[in-house]
Design a binder for this molecule. Sequence first.
Ligand code: C2O
Ligand code: CU
Length: 464
Amino acid sequence: MTYSRRDILKIGAAAGLASAAPSHLLAQSSSGVALTAREASLQLAPPDYPQTSIWGFDGSMPGPMIRVRQGGRVTRRLVNELPQATSVHWHGVRIVNAMDGVAGLTQEAVAPAASFDIDFVAPDAGTYWYHAHNRSVEQVARGLYGALVVEEPEGPDVDRDEVLILDDWLLNPETAQIDPDFTSRHDRSHAGRVGNFIATNGQYGHSLDVRRHERLRLRLVNAANARIFELALAGLEGWVMALDGMPLDAPQPMSETILLGPGQRADLLVDVVAEQGETAYLVRVDNGEGFVQSAFPVIAASSGARRDAPEALPPNANMAPPDLSQARRVRLHMGGGAMGRLQSAQLNGERRTFRQLVDANQFWAFNDVVGMTDDPLADLALDEPVRLEIVNDTSFPHAMHLHGMHFREIAADGTLGPLRDTVLTFGGETREIVFSAHNPGDWLFHCHMLSHAASGMMTWVRVT
Ligand code: C2O
Ligand code: CU
């Protein structure tokens, strides 16, 4: 039997998906165990497709879920059994710089057959994730990521706590194998590598049985290379409790859709309001049309009355907004890409025309420079407040991620938004973020559309 590209595109779109096995994510304590990056095969596409060969931590995709209590230590030995050098980045964690896992900036990439000892404290409760940070455009797309959950000392009252990692894969529609062209000129110059198969936790037809009136904590993680997920609820009512790991000051009723750019997370508390025998859904909205992202069949009657609306999650410490009036101003101009205005930029210290950049398979510039610079975008003193203006002078959205520190967006009226580690900007927009440089080290600041990062959209800041 053969399958057209069109068939793969439709996978996951059908309502009434069959029940799948419960999540294979396993809780682990942190005790210096191995985290092995290796090849594996698993059933990613529907059962009538062949298995897909992936690269995964401990051979699974997502990799093992790591759960620690707030203030707890994460210790793992990264063992590289891949044919390529790798590293692990702990996205969103206010981590000590040496453990940030950025190959080429905070450490050497870990060679095949070599290992690297990971040991850090997780200071803030919340939903984080870890992923490869060497040749990320390839390694994340092949499956090298997993969830890191840092638990509050006293979590909210819920019936279950589930991590839902959303991803898309670019699969060959005949063989269900991951498209091995990670340098596609089109992906790099346009919206990035967008997959044709979408799933939750690497499971086709992801489904969790629930009871009416149960309250679930859903920890959503967008692990996709480039896809922006627009999400809604059906048969569920709830609140956004946290974004990018950090609690909101007040739970925000989820009446509209939410957007999650690559790298971003949202913690929801949702109550099952569908009736027994019905199915509730996490809905992915694509061009105004709804698709099933995860299904929640209501298999039993009410477990009791609905709970009262939740209170906010406890805030993490030392996150007071910095003094704007004292803040140093930094500007990041983003240019390039298809349908952009970039005429020329510096690449490896030389000025190149856009045509020459295209020939080098490089498409994007930050402040006129393509790719990493020897000098940081900003050399910041410890605890210095910074306001960083991000000018998206391109025709595409970009999800800008700052390592090591969370920031807040300054709204047009001057008010400050929630703490985030990744800000989604759309073509033509100017956005401004503010943070205090409280974490010493060299921190990457890049687009989390990983094809963009690989073709110019990377810079860094230094905090000393
Ligand atoms: Cu989630 Cu630099 O990455
Ligand atoms: Cu981008």
